[in-house]
Design a protein around this ligand. Structure first.
Ligand SMILES: [Zn+2]
Length: 308
């Protein structure tokens, strides 16, 4: 019988909990909206209820349950705490201890629990079962309302000291640029993330829909302003990717997230600008692949659990 691990994918809008086996098959899954409350324990109670519900479907086992938690960041892996930007109630929230206690109550045996950021879990998921499954090393990137990422190097997650390595969205690509929410200047995210593309288009007179999906649809239809802001955003992202490739000596990037689903209208300018930045011998042949999984974050949390 194949071992099952427990995977949690914690985000600002929803929390997914599932049992996943060694083939990546999701054998039980509960998805709940993230509770909009400023009470930390109220937010956790909904997640804990999902854990209890999912564990009821677990096949009996004598082995301690292995648990992988993927969470919106920032996280602090050594202390097992998280402070997700989009979950205001949780600041230095001890999620590893709280999940561990919840599982121990149900199974009468303490689990083994690991924690990673959502960008890292995305990379682990795509590496295990998605667009990077043929690779030893790759960087996964999520292009949506932010720009997150994670690297798998030699088939191992490169977590960094605190578990936040390869935060590509906050690489500065314009040292004289405006101040970013992170405190830095001219970060990739300020030009490439979905809301930044929309804001830039609005400034130039675009009167299309509300979000990046509407913007990329207009770009596909040939709208010159939409094409222009995507051009600028993908140049910033290309600079960030080239910097990361030059530092890590990795050849393949897997790009996912809402904005990337627009397809060639995003990938074509990104690849074109990459050729302008990635010029050193060992990075000239960088490859950017579209992500293929719908639930890379959840499967990545499971992949993390299997390494514990
Ligand atoms: Zn920043």
């Amino acid at each position: 019988m194949s071992e099952q691990v427990l995977a949690l994918d914690i985000g600002g809008t929803k929390i997914a909990v599932a049992l996943v086996d060694e083939t990546g098959a999701v054998t039980s899954e509960v998805v709940r909206p993230t509770v909009a409350s400023l009470d930390a324990e109220e937010v956790f109670a909904a997640a804990a209820a999902a854990v209890v519900e999912v564990l009821a479907a677990r096949e009996p086992s004598d082995q301690p349950l292995r648990v992988g938690i993927g969470s919106a960041g920032p996280i602090d892996a050594p202390t097992g705490t998280i402070s997700p930007v989009n979950i205001a109630a949780w600041r230095d929230y001890p999620v590893v201890r709280r999940v561990s206690d919840t599982v121990a109550d149900v199974l009468a045996q303490p689990p083994v629990v690991g924690l990673a950021g959502d960008g890292h879990c995305f990379a682990l998921g795509e590496h295990w079962l998605g667009a990077g499954r043929d690779l030893d090393s790759m960087v996964g990137l999520v292009l949506s309302t932010g720009v997150g990422g994670g690297a798998v190097l030699g088939n191992r997650l490169f977590a960094g000291t605190t578990g936040n390595a390869v935060h590509l969205g906050h690489i500065s690509v314009n040292a004289w640029g405006p101040r970013c929410v992170c405190g830095g200047h001219g970060c990739v995210e300020m030009y490439a993330r979905g809301p930044a593309l929309v804001a830039a288009a609005r400034e130039r007179g675009w009167r299309g829909g509300e979000d990046a999906q509407a913007l990329t649809a207009d770009a596909r239809a040939g709208d010159p302003v939409a094409l222009e802001v995507i051009e600028v955003g993908m140049r910033a992202l290309a600079a960030g990717i080239a910097t990361t490739a030059t530092e890590l000596d990795v050849r393949t990037f897997v790009l996912g997230g809402g904005v990337s689903r627009a397809g060639e209208v995003v990938f074509a300018p990104l690849r074109r600008h990459l050729r302008d930045f990635a010029v050193l011998g060992y990075v000239v042949d960088l490859e950017v692949r579209p992500a293929v999984l719908e639930n890379a974050g959840l499967l990545g949390a499971a992949a993390l659990a299997f390494t514990l």
